[in-house]
Design a protein around this ligand. Structure first.
Ligand SMILES: Cc1cc2nc3c(=O)[nH]c(=O)nc-3n(C[C@H](O)[C@H](O)[C@H](O)COP(=O)(O)OP(=O)(O)OC[C@H]3O[C@@H](n4cnc5c(N)ncnc54)[C@H](O)[C@@H]3O)c2cc1C
Length: 222
C-alpha cells in the first residue's frame, strides 16, 4: 500500500512501514512483485536440481571442482563434481521440472502451481523448444545408471555403485512470455521498490557483489 512518502507492507506477520521495499523472494519473487502492483512479465518456473554423493572410498577420484563446458542454449550448467567444505563430494545437480514451487521431491505436488505454469503462454513455448532435453532430464533423474553415465563424461572410472542419493535444491528460474529461460539477472524498479526476479547461478557465489549492485541502485534512484 502506497502512502505519501512510505509504503505499508502487509504480511502474515503484520504490517510494516518502510521507505523502500526490496524483494529477494526467490521462488516467490514474481508473486510478491505482482502483489506489489507490478507486472513482472516473467513467471518463476521451479527446476529441481538433484544430487548424488560419492561413496567415501571413491572420494579420492575428485581432488578439485570438476565442471563440464556449459551449453549456452541452457541456463543450467550440467552435472558436475563439488568437493564440499565440510568433507565429501557432491555429484550433480540435474535440472528437472518440479511439480511445486518448493518441490524438493517427486511427492511434492501443487495443482495450483502446475495450473499457473501451464496457463502461462511462455510455458508451452518452452516445452516445444526444449521437450527432448526435458524428457532426458526426467529419464536421468529416475534412472541412476543414466546419471552415472553423465558423470562418467567427467570422471570415466565412476561406476553406478560409487554414488549414493544426495539432497536436492530448487532453482527459481524466470521464464518470459516467449518461452525463453531468462539467463541473466532480472531486476526491476519502480517508485520505492526494487524486485529481484531472476538471480540464477552463480548468484550465490556472487551474492556480495549483487548486494552491492542493488545497494547502488537504491542509493542512485531512491
Ligand atoms: C541445485 C542448485 C545448485 C546451485 N548451485 C549454485 C552454485 O554452485 N553457485 C551459485 O552461485 N549458485 C548456485 N545456485 C543458485 C543459487 O542458489 C541462487 O542463484 C541464489 O540462491 C538466488 O538467491 P536469491 O536470494 O535470489 O534467492 P533464494 O536464495 O531462493 O532466497 C529467497 C529467500 O526468500 C525467502 N522467501 C520466499 N518467499 C517469501 C515470502 N513470501 N516472505 C518472506 N520470505 C520469502 C525464501 O525463504 C528464501 O530464503 C544453485 C541453485 C540450486 C537450486
Amino acid at each position: 500500500v502506497k502512502k505519501s512518502n512510505h509504503l505499508i507492507v502487509e504480511t502474515t506477520k503484520g504490517e510494516f512501514e518502510t521507505k523502500l521495499l526490496i524483494n529477494c523472494g526467490g521462488l516467490q519473487s514474481d508473486r510478491i512483485a505482482r502483489k506489489c502492483g507490478l507486472n513482472p512479465d516473467v513467471k518463476i518456473i521451479p527446476f529441481r536440481g538433484e544430487y548424488y554423493k560419492l561413496k567415501k572410498e571413491k572420494e579420492h577420484l575428485v581432488k578439485n571442482l570438476i565442471y563440464p563446458v556449459p551449453d549456452p542454449k541452457f541456463p543450467f550448467l550440467g552435472v558436475h563434481f563439488t568437493r564440499m567444505i565440510k568433507g565429501g563430494v557432491e555429484a550433480g545437480p540435474n535440472a528437472v521440472l518440479a511439480f511445486k514451487r518448493n518441490g524438493y521431491g517427486y511427492s511434492d505436488i501443487s495443482f495450483g502451481d502446475l495450473a499457473e505454469m501451464f496457463f502461462y503462454p511462455g510455458f508451452i513455448r518452452m516445452i516445444k523448444q526444449h521437450y527432448v532435453m526435458g524428457i532426458n532430464e526426467f529419464r536421468r533423474s529416475l534412472n541412476k545408471s543414466l546419471f552415472a553415465k553423465a558423470l562418467q563424461k567427467l570422471v570415466p572410472s565412476i561406476e553406478n555403485d560409487d554414488i549414493l542419493p544426495g539432497g536436492s535444491g530448487v532453482r527459481a528460474q524466470a521464464l518470459d512470455r516467449n518461452g525463453k529461460l531468462v539467463d541473466d539477472f532480472r531486476i526491476i524498479e519502480t517508485e520505492k521498490q526494487v524486485h529481484v526476479l531472476n538471480a540464477p547461478s552463480p548468484a550465490a557465489t556472487a551474492s556480495l557483489s549483487i548486494g552491492n549492485y542493488i545497494a547502488d541502485i537504491v542509493v542512485k534512484n531512491h
